[in-house]
Design a binder for this molecule. Structure first.
Ligand code: FES
Ligand SMILES: [Fe+2]
Length: 406
């Protein structure tokens, strides 16, 4: 099978109700993963964390994203910048973990031989280099990367020629404005190392078909857990979304005490939960009282890192009972995250057998279909001027749009 021949995917390209899943090799082949890194992660806007992790000028954090060590810094001018975390002396990671620029120069010091960089990436001090001929500090700044923000989310793009973040996100900022996510605080960030392909986890998060089975002991006990009360809104840009209508907050378990609702919510946002996916791999849960995010750092064909961020409005975080009540939310996220991680590893093991073949999709999995086709567009080099998804409701199965039926 040629993984880079469009004919291999003729059945994935069919409308949802006729379509097959991606071939198992797309989840196991290092060659396919390498191509995804090249054509997707090196080209698009990647979410790399919330700006509220670095609230003060000089604060920084580090991460490894598809093999690139990154350093995210809030500058003296309050601007958030991204750099390749590799020293211009002999290439060591300048720093690891989180911290704050220190000293009179407000600099970030490389732990190997003490070169110091300013928060804008300029090399401020290069001890031991005085005798080196033709060496000028200004020629050795940290390699900077395109970095933009939306609603407190920090995005990095490795392609200097990339379109602006606003163009990539399309009408997503407008659709989620009433959550006021830029005013939220991330109160807990939990990390998991997961033995599965990044698409396995993304596909899982973007369908609710598995909820009665995988989450039968947790969120499935909430009211309104039927399959056909979900809608998929129309979108423009590199995102898709699922909405579930229900009472109360989907971020706590049935009967648990929660926080007040976000007063500014409008329309369907106030009547249930929105689950958007910002392509390629960032998912949010937007409940009536909080927001949680799933940040993925792909590592290899069958490994990824997952970060789960818990975000609440500032007014909620300031409540005297925040510590106590927030435990109900953390408990729910810990439970469902583990359930999803476990089934993702089970699926990875299942698709890794030489006997594994493509399967079929149901009406409950339009976003799995959309994800697979988005990935193929990038990997196979299919350019589209504007990306759109035509929405529908599972209650209107007789009037399905083009992307669902032929
Ligand atoms: S590698 Fe950073 S100072 Fe030498
Ligand atoms: Fe799930």
């Amino acid at each position: 099978m040629d993984l880079f021949d469009p004919r291999t995917y003729a059945n994935v390209r069919k409308p949802l109700l006729e379509a097959e899943t991606l071939p198992p090799e797309c989840y196991t082949s290092e060659a396919f993963y390498k191509k995804e890194v090249e054509t997707i992660f090196m080209k698009v806007w990647n979410f790399v964390g919330r700006a509220d992790h670095i609230p003060n000028a000089g604060d920084y954090y580090t991460l490894d994203f598809v093999g690139v060590p990154l350093l995210i810094v809030r500058g003296e001018d309050n601007k958030v910048r991204a750099f390749v975390n590799s020293c211009r002396h002999r290439g060591a990671k300048v720093v690891t973990g989180t911290g704050s620029a220190t000293g009179a120069a407000k600099g970030i010091k490389c732990g190997y031989h003490g070169w110091i960089y300013k928060t804008d990436g300029a090399l401020a001090a290069a001890p031991g280099m005085a005798a080196s001929k033709g060496f000028d500090k200004k020629d050795y700044p940290l390699r900077s990367l395109k970095c933009s923000m939306w609603a407190g989310f920090v995005f990095v793009n490795f392609d200097d020629a990339a379109e602006p973040l606003e163009a990539f996100l399309g009408n997503l900022p407008q659709a989620f404005a009433s959550y006021k996510m830029e005013e939220m605080t991330c109160t807990r960030l939990k990390e998991y190392e997961v033995a599965c392909n990044w698409k396995i986890y993304v596909e899982n998060a973007m369908e609710a078909f598995h909820v009665p089975h995988v989450h039968r002991a947790s969120i499935n006990r909430q009211r309104g857990s039927v399959q056909n009360d979900r809608t998929f809104d129309s979108t423009k840009g590199n995102w898709v979304v699922m909405h579930k209508e229900h009472e109360g907050s989907r971020a706590i378990l049935l009967g648990d005490e929660g926080f007040e609702r976000i007063a500014s919510l409008e329309g369907k946002a106030g009547r249930g939960t929105y689950y958007p996916l910002m392509f390629p791999s960032t998912m949010l849960g937007c409940a009536i009282d909080c927001m949680w995010y799933l940040e993925i750092h792909p590592v290899s064909a069958n490994r990824m890192k997952l970060l789960v961020g818990s975000c609440f409005p500032k007014s909620t975080v300031e409540r005297p009972d925040f510590e106590r009540i927030s435990q109900n939310y953390y408990k729910r996220w810990d439970m469902t995250t583990q359930e999803d991680l476990d089934i993702s590893v089970v699926q990875q093991e299942g698709v890794s057998t030489p006997f594994s073949v493509p399967g079929r999709l149901s009406e409950h999995e339009p976003l799995v279909h959309a994800i697979d086709n988005w990935v193929l567009d990038y990997v196979l080099g299919v350019k589209k001027k504007v990306r759109t998804f035509e929405g529908f409701s599972l209650q209107d199965l007789d009037v399905l749009p083009e992307n669902v039926v032929a």
